[in-house]
Design a protein around this ligand. Structure first.
Ligand SMILES: Cc1cc2nc3c(=O)[nH]c(=O)nc-3n(C[C@H](O)[C@H](O)[C@H](O)COP(=O)(O)OP(=O)(O)OC[C@H]3O[C@@H](n4cnc5c(N)ncnc54)[C@H](O)[C@@H]3O)c2cc1C
Ligand code: FES
Length: 280
């Protein structure tokens, strides 16, 4: 893997819904090697201040090696992402990447179903961009609580078939993105998923149920985890898979769905556990 620590330059930070931003950077070294599904670990503070100290992981939503640019679809949820969205054109951004495993179209496959929940659409946009050159038809399904959580059509490759579902019906079909996925499962020959954990678990259950009618589909899921180092050292991002404990930042974020156990490596501490006996 060719990973680089690069000083990227902001090209634009454009608000595309009240909640979502399109953040584009000149980062020629990272753009030369990045693949859909991989991410960058981005310092979201002035280098002199280091507050917040920890970098933030962000998936590539567009990769343009010819122009030396990458872009992120960003939801501003806290201090780091808000800082990033505020940066003006030309500002330097400290970026480490590309990191992690990637989404890959399956040899011989021609119909890919891409299922994104909320900001989970981010890595699927870059995968949709790659599809026409690989001879793959894409149906890209986006779910969100409201229209504000769904990426507008203009930011999706024009050749992809794009459908949305929202909880409140403010955009597309009212309901969950998994309802849409159920209608398109039979068409697909491979599936790529990213979103909140409950949605990805629901997709795993749906795949298991529909496999008895349509057959198994190779399915790849990109997991989210809180990250410290993003380089496989600190073990803050571990999950349990059928192969044992693995790191989302190194063995992931993209995993074969069939390998996931949906258990995290760090169980929540039992706050009400009985106190140990004195002297133990
Ligand atoms: C591999 C990977 C790729 C990602 N790609 C994108 C992307 O393309 N676009 C995007 O907007 N976001 C993405 N995220 C999530 C993003 O990293 C977090 O939203 C960000 O780190 C929050 O930083 P903050 O300082 O703004 O918020 P904080 O102040 O750190 O937290 C604000 C809120 O967000 C929650 N949160 C923070 N980090 C995470 C996380 N890693 N997973 C789930 N919840 C979190 C916190 O629990 C808290 O409720 C990705 C995460 C991972 C692991
Ligand atoms: S974030 Fe440190 S090992 Fe994954």
């Amino acid at each position: 893997m060719t990973r680089t620590l690069e000083t990227a330059r902001v090209v634009r930070n454009q608000r595309i819904t009240p909640r979502l931003w399109w953040c584009e950077y000149e980062a020629p070294q990272i753009a030369a090697h990045a693949r859909p599904g991989q991410f960058a670990h981005v310092l979201c503070s002035e280098p002199q201040q280091l507050d917040p100290l920890l970098r933030r992981p962000l998936s590539f939503s567009r990769i343009d090696p010819r122009r030396g640019r990458v872009a992120f679809l960003l939801e501003t949820v806290g201090r780091g992402t808000a800082w990033l969205a505020r940066q003006p054109a030309g500002a330097p951004i400290d970026m480490l990447g590309p990191l992690g495993t990637s989404f890959e179209f399956q040899p011989g496959g021609a119909r890919a179903l891409l299922v994104g929940g909320g900001i989970g659409l981010a890595p699927l946009l870059a995968l949709a961009d790659l599809a026409p050159a690989r001879g793959v038809d894409v149906r890209l399904l986006a779910g969100g609580r409201t229209a504000e959580h769904v990426t507008p059509r203009a930011w999706v490759d024009a050749r992809a078939h794009y459908l949305a579902a929202t909880d409140d019906g403010s955009l597309g079909r009212r309901g969950f993105v998994t309802d849409l996925a159920e209608r398109h499962f039979g068409w697909s020959d491979q599936i790529f998923v990213c979103g909140p954990t409950p949605m990805m678990r629901a997709m795993a259950r749906l795949s298991a149920r529909l496999a008895s009618t349509f057959g198994q589909r190779p399915t790849f899921t990109s997991l989210e985890a809180r990250m410290g180092c993003a380089m496989g050292v600190c073990y803050s991002c571990v999950v349990k898979t059928s192969r044992g404990v693995e790191r989302v930042c190194l063995e992931g974020p993209v995993f074969e769905q069939s390998a996931l156990t949906w258990e995290w490596g760090h169980e929540a501490p039992q706050l009400d556990a009985p106190a140990p006996p004195p002297g133990a």
